[in-house]
Ligand binder design. Structure first.
Ligand SMILES: NC(=O)c1ccc[n+]([C@@H]2O[C@H](COP(=O)([O-])OP(=O)(O)OC[C@H]3O[C@@H](n4cnc5c(N)ncnc54)[C@H](OP(=O)(O)O)[C@@H]3O)[C@@H](O)[C@H]2O)c1
Length: 327
C-alpha cells in the first residue's frame, strides 16, 4: 500500500480506503465490520469513510463499535463523516434537520456523529451535497469553526461543482478560515467527466485532493449484473430498487464483457482492473472501496498489484471500450 497526501494537506491517506454506504447495518453487522476493518487495516488501509445518513446513523454506530473492539491507536486511522441529508431522507422531516448546510444544522450534526461513533474528533468532514439555499460563506464559516473547536481536522465537499468549490476556497482564503481540502466525487470507468474535466484547474490552483466513490459503479464493473440481478446483491435489496435499471444497462454490461478479456490477459479480476484504472490517476488521493463480504474486500485490495500493469496501451484499450458509454 502506498500513501498519498490528501490534496495540499500534510495528511497521508492510503491509496485504497474503505467505506460503509449500503453495507453497514444492512448487510454487514458489527462482527463482520470489525473483521473487514481489521483485514483492510492489516493490508495498510488507514482511511474509513462514513456519513450521518448511512443507515440513518446506524452505520456510524457500527463503525464506532468496531473501532472500540479493535483498539487501534487513534494516530493510525482516519475516519470521516458527511452532512447534508440529516439522519433520514424521508420528506416529512421538519425543517433544519435535512437537505441543508446551514450553520445550525452543521454545528449540531457533527456532535451527533461524534456521539454515535464514540470519538473525540472526526478526521475528515464533508458537506455531502451542495445547498443552493444557504450562502456558501455561512457553510464555510461553520465548517471552519467546527475545525477550530477541535471536533474535526479537515473539511471538504462531495459532489460540489468546480465553481462552488472555488468559491468556498476563496472565501476561506479571504477571511483566513480553514479551507476545503478535498472533494468526494463519483469516479469510475463509466463516470469520469467531473474528475477529468470539470475539476481540472482545481488540482493546481487550490490543491484539491480527491477521495473518490463507487469505484465499481455499485458492482456493475464486477460483471455480476451481466445475466440479471443475483440474489443477495446490492440491486436485489428493496431499498436499492431504484438502481436496478442502471445496473442492468445492456450496453454497459456488454462493455464489461469486453473488459473481461483484458482482465484475463492481465490475470486479474474485473473488479481489480476497474479499481486499478482509478488508482493510476495521480489526482486521486484515495479510492474508497465498498464490500459486503470479506472475500470482495480481498479481491478489491488485489487491485494494488494490477496498477503497474496498466500500460498506456492497455489504458487505451480500456478507454476505447468504456469512454463512449461514460459521462
Ligand atoms: N460521497 C458520496 O455521495 C458517496 C456516494 C456513494 C458512496 N460513497 C462512499 O464510497 C464507498 C464505496 O462506494 P460503493 O460501495 O458504491 O463502491 P462500489 O465498489 O462501486 O460498490 C461496492 C459494492 O459492489 C459489490 N462488490 C464490491 N466488490 C465486489 C467484488 N469484488 N465482487 C463482486 N461484487 C463486489 C458489493 O455489493 P453487493 O455484494 O451487495 O452486490 C459492494 O458493496 C461507500 O461505502 C461510501 O463510503 C460516497
Amino acid at each position: 500500500m502506498q500513501y498519498r497526501r490528501l490534496g495540499r494537506s500534510g495528511l497521508q491517506v492510503s491509496e485504497l480506503s474503505l467505506g460503509s454506504w449500503v453495507t453497514y447495518h444492512n448487510q454487514v453487522d458489527t462482527k463482520a465490520a470489525t473483521e473487514m476493518l481489521a483485514a483492510a487495516f492489516d493490508a495498510g488501509v488507514n482511511f474509513f469513510d462514513n456519513a450521518e445518513v448511512y443507515a440513518q446513523g446506524e452505520s456510524e454506530v457500527v463503525m464506532g463499535q468496531a473501532f472500540k473492539a479493535l483498539k487501534w491507536n487513534r494516530l493510525d486511522y482516519i475516519v470521516s463523516s458527511k452532512f447534508f441529508w440529516g439522519l433520514t431522507r424521508e420528506s416529512n422531516t421538519t425543517v433544519n434537520r435535512k437537505d441543508t448546510l446551514n450553520r445550525k444544522y452543521l454545528m449540531q450534526a457533527v456532535d451527533g456523529s461524534l456521539k454515535r461513533m464514540g470519538l473525540d474528533f472526526i478526521d475528515l468532514i464533508y458537506c455531502h451535497r451542495p445547498d443552493p439555499h444557504t450562502p456558501i460563506e455561512e457553510t464555510v464559516r461553520a465548517m471552519s469553526d467546527i475545525i477550530t473547536q477541535g471536533k474535526a481536522l479537515y473539511w471538504g465537499t462531495s459532489e460540489w461543482s468546480a465553481a462552488d468549490i472555488r468559491a468556498a476556497w476563496e472565501i476561506a482564503e479571504r477571511h483566513h478560515l480553514h479551507k476545503p481540502v478535498m472533494e468526494q466525487p463519483q469516479y469510475h470507468l463509466f463516470h469520469r467527466k467531473r474528475v477529468e474535466q470539470e475539476y481540472a484547474r482545481l488540482y493546481e490552483d487550490i490543491g484539491l485532493g480527491l477521495t473518490t466513490w463507487s469505484p465499481l459503479a455499485s458492482g456493475l464493473l464486477t460483471g455480476k449484473y451481466r445475466d440479471g440481478v443475483p440474489a443477495g446483491s446490492r440491486a436485489s435489496l428493496e431499498s436499492m430498487a431504484w438502481m436496478r435499471d442502471q445496473l442492468q444497462d445492456r450496453a454497459k454490461n456488454a462493455a464489461v464483457g469486453e473488459l473481461a478479456s483484458i482482465a484475463n490477459e492481465l490475470g486479474c479480476s474485473l473488479a481489480q482492473l476497474a479499481i486499478a484504472w482509478i488508482n493510476r490517476n495521480p489526482r486521486v488521493s484515495t479510492v474508497i472501496l465498498g464490500a459486503s463480504k470479506a472475500s470482495q474486500l480481498q479481491d478489491n485490495l488485489g487491485a494494488l498489484a494490477v496498477t503497474p500493469k496498466l500500460t498506456p496501451e492497455i489504458v487505451a484499450r480500456i478507454d476505447a471500450i468504456t469512454l463512449p458509454l461514460s459521462n
